[in-house]
Design a binder for this molecule. Sequence first.
Ligand SMILES: [Zn+2]
Length: 256
Amino acid sequence: MRSNKFKIRLLIGIAIVAFAFIKRCSSKETNPFTGRVQTINMTSDQEIAIGLQSAPQMAQQHGGLHPNESYQALVDNVGNKLVSNSIANQTPYQYEFHLLADPNTINAFALPGGQIFITYALFSKLENEDQLAGVLGHEIGHVLGRHSAERIAESEFWNTVTTGASVGADMGGLVSGIGQQTLLTNGRGDELESDDLGVKFMIKAGYNPEEMIGVMEILKAAAGPNRVPEFQSTHPDPDNRIEKIREAITKYKKTP
Ligand SMILES: [Zn+2]
């Protein structure tokens, strides 16, 4: 009797895990702008809606928008120049660039669908327009690479697998460990892809891509021994990024 019960649990568990894998296979698609195959389970319109919906809250968490109109105009200018000179202008996304008032948190981030933010703390550390282009180009890379949507799909997948595994054989802990690691690995990949795309957009828009390395140096210096800025915390080691950025510069200078 006890063994039958176990068998049923196991079968249900296997069914849930199988469902997760089938669902993941059916939601694979090739990103037309990066050429990379990824798991996505939402439309671009849904991404845009999520971004627009979360934008005011994100701004509020960083002290709202910065009041200086000429700084905001510079951010708009550089952002729009990057979009209009690259494949970003062929995407369905609506790019908007926001300068946040936050003077303490060195950060930049992108919501799905095109809402892009940079804090005044990071903005004020930048030495030139090219470095601003580097930060915004990297964030445009996250939008166009659909990294948030991919993360959402991945976490749904792992939740379902974890449920299935814990129903079936009480392996939830083990499987969720694997899931987390996968998410982390994807995160690192996301950052490198965004750096690569950022360099490409900089070159297309006539900016000096070497300044992307300058941005990395600023992040490295700002991090200090204890303070890890959010922009950097989930990111690969800056030295590793610099190496990949140099490779991207060589690659895109040959065939921009
Ligand atoms: Zn990033």
